[in-house]
Design a protein around this ligand. Structure first.
Ligand SMILES: [Zn+2]
Ligand SMILES: [Zn+2]
Length: 277
């Protein structure tokens, strides 16, 4: 057993997410969490939609939301059976069911129908796309083709709409997702360039008493950034490896914990819970 427990990993993908490969395995991800001393894992499979359904807010009526590409729905029943099997096998590990819902402010009806199919304890909200020609397009692609600072500002504007326009998610995942794809090697991504945008999103998230994720698949947030969250009224922090393969569960968590603690947050009494002020 490691000396200090790592935080819970609230953002893991398994074979039930459409974008994972042959190595993805819920079972192996649990084994890795136990090996590392991660006390809890949530399998937050991708829930992204390629059709509009009743209750959604279509960008344009009678037009698809996005190129269908490789997107696939989650097989919820098989997923929940696998969660149960992992709970049986890994008794000392808290195994949570969850989803990562993409653009939930646009797909309110579609998301509700997925959530109605089972008990999902961790619901992450994510913005992966911006709108081009009346369709959702991955922001990484847009970033490479256009002026990156302007695209990131647009992204934060849409993220604010998402936080204000959807109450279905509790945890805001990778709040600065585009930085993963930042294309300019001479002018690096700087959090300071977007302080106002971060603070606007954080204030809206904190006003509804929700949770900010520190995502360790993205370049790690600075202490200053996590402080902006606390100064905006944020009370809770979640850690997410965003692992798509078992060996990335809990990646960079010791370092991320140090950052979050330096910003004034601490582990709760239950080591599997969020960090709190
Ligand atoms: Zn994501
Ligand atoms: Zn993810």
């Amino acid at each position: 057993m490691p000396a200090a427990l790592l935080p819970a990993d609230d953002h893991v993908h398994s074979e039930f997410s459409w974008d994972t490969g042959p190595h993805a395995s819920m079972r192996d991800a649990c084994a890795r969490a136990v090996e590392l001393g991660v006390p809890a894992v949530a399998f937050t499979e991708h829930v992204d939609f390629t059709r509009w359904s009743p209750g959604d807010v279509p960008l344009v009526h009678d037009q698809r939301p996005r190129d269908p590409g490789w997107y696939q729905p989650v097989d919820v029943q098989a997923y929940l059976e696998s969660i149960e099997a992992c709970r049986d096998e890994f008794r000392g590990l808290t195994v949570r069911a969850g989803i990562e819902t993409g653009e939930p402010h646009l797909f309110a009806g579609s998301v509700e129908r997925v959530l109605a199919q089972g008990p999902f304890e961790r619901v992450l909200g994510s913005l992966h796309s911006v709108v081009r020609h009346d369709e959702l397009v991955g922001v990484g692609r847009v970033l490479r083709a256009e002026h990156p600072h302007e695209v990131v500002r647009e992204y934060f504007g849409e993220l604010l709409e998402m936080v204000r326009g959807s109450a279905v998610f509790e945890v805001l995942a990778h709040c600065d997702f585009p930085r993963r794809y930042w294309p300019d090697k001479r002018n690096l991504y700087r959090e300071n360039d977007f302080e106002d945008e971060y603070r606007a999103v954080f204030a809206a998230l904190a006003a509804s008493d929700r949770v900010l994720e520190v995502n360790t698949a993205s370049p790690l947030a600075s202490v200053r950034l996590v402080r902006w969250w606390r100064e905006s009224g944020g009370r809770r922090v979640s850690f997410g490896s965003d692992a798509h393969v078992p060996w990335n569960v809990g990646q960079h968590f010791a370092q991320a914990r140090d950052v979050v603690e330096a910003a004034g947050f601490r582990a709760g009494r239950d080591p599997g819970d969020f960090f709190r002020v």
